[in-house]
Write a new protein. Structure first.
Length: 327
């Protein structure tokens, strides 16, 4: 039976309205009509409150991390403007520190009894987003992701699945079955699979095909074709992030170069704003994606929707469930 989940950003500010674990569980079940949550990299002080809600766990993610991991100081100087900035950003000094941060996050997922943990296979800098170019190939990002995961998973016996999420920047996009197969083959961990992010796959399609698809029916048809092309690899798709990207934004607008600001954090805001215009995490408005749910038969469906408050999140989740004719 598929578990229906909602994404929860588990910092203190977001959790405070729920008061305690019971309040959070009541919100998830009564307001969002879900069975549990996919918790997004919660801080240690939030563990007790998240408690039984954490069916899934989204591990830490950085838009670009490969050059830090590979100790490419020339790139880091160019991108961050100074060591103090990148040390503050990554919260550690080197690859070993980065691995330790991810290990701590994996340990937290185990402590919360999560059934799966999601990791992004992606890498893109602010400058690449704003100027529309790529420094790393999909295969390079896939191989480095596998190296990182294999190092932190070595000699570990976690109880949860590791699910690799597709994005629409360099990394595992799901657009090429061979790259998906490469990602899965390189990870030395038995309980592994894919978290198919529907909105990210729509965005990847739109970027490749100059704006197609431009409605949900076209998106479902295109995604179904991609799943079919994956053949037996489909069996590794254990979860789905369900939302849609902007299907009306002209792709020429997304690809039009923007001059990066000289300040790193302002550039990050510029980049985030551009990405979120396309990657809107908006609720579906039709039942077209039911054909994808039926084709994949995922163990987990996460209603991963953007909202400014718990009330707005619950409203968006219920709207999506109604569109899918699930409530």
């Amino acid at each position: 039976m598929t578990k229906r989940l909602v994404n929860i950003v588990s910092n203190k500010a977001m959790l405070e309205p729920f008061k305690d674990e019971e309040g959070l569980l009541s919100y998830i079940e009564a307001d969002c009509r879900c069975d549990g949550a996919e918790v997004i990299s919660c801080p240690i002080e939030a563990d007790d409150m998240v408690g039984r809600a954490a069916t899934g766990y989204h591990l830490m993610f950085y838009p670009n991390w490969i050059d830090f991991y590979n100790n490419n100081t020339a790139y880091l100087e160019k991108h961050f403007g100074g060591e103090a900035t990148w040390l503050e950003y990554y919260g550690c000094h080197d690859a070993l520190g980065f691995e330790q941060r991810l290990t701590d996050d994996l340990d937290r997922a185990e402590r919360l009894h999560a059934e799966y943990a999601v990791f992004h296979c992606a890498d893109i800098s602010n400058e690449e987003v704003l100027q529309n170019y790529s420094l790393h190939s999909n295969k390079e990002v896939i191989k480095t992701t596998a190296t990182l995961l294999n190092r932190v998973l070595r000699n570990k016996s976690y109880s949860f699945y590791i699910l690799i999420e597709n994005l629409f920047v360099p990394g595992m996009t799901l657009m090429e079955p061979g790259e998906t197969e490469l990602m899965l083959s390189l990870i030395d961990y038995d309980r592994k699979g894919v978290m198919l992010d529907a909105g990210h796959l729509m965005a990847a399609l739109r970027l490749r095909h100059n704006g197609y698809p431009n409605n949900e029916a076209q998106a479902a048809e295109a995604i179904e074709s991609i799943i079919s092309a994956h053949g037996q690899l489909k069996e590794h798709i254990l979860g789905m992030h369900l939302h849609k990207c902007s299907l009306t934004m002209p792709i020429s607008d997304y690809l039009s170069p923007i001059e990066p600001d000289t300040d790193f954090y302002t550039r990050s805001s510029q980049s985030y704003a551009r990405i979120m215009r396309l990657d809107a995490h908006a609720p579906l408005e039709t039942d077209s994606m039911n054909r994808i749910i039926d084709a994949v038969e995922p163990q987990y469906i996460v209603h991963e929707l953007s909202a400014t408050s718990p009330e707005a999140k619950a409203k968006a989740v219920c709207a999506q469930l109604k569109a899918l004719k699930q409530i």
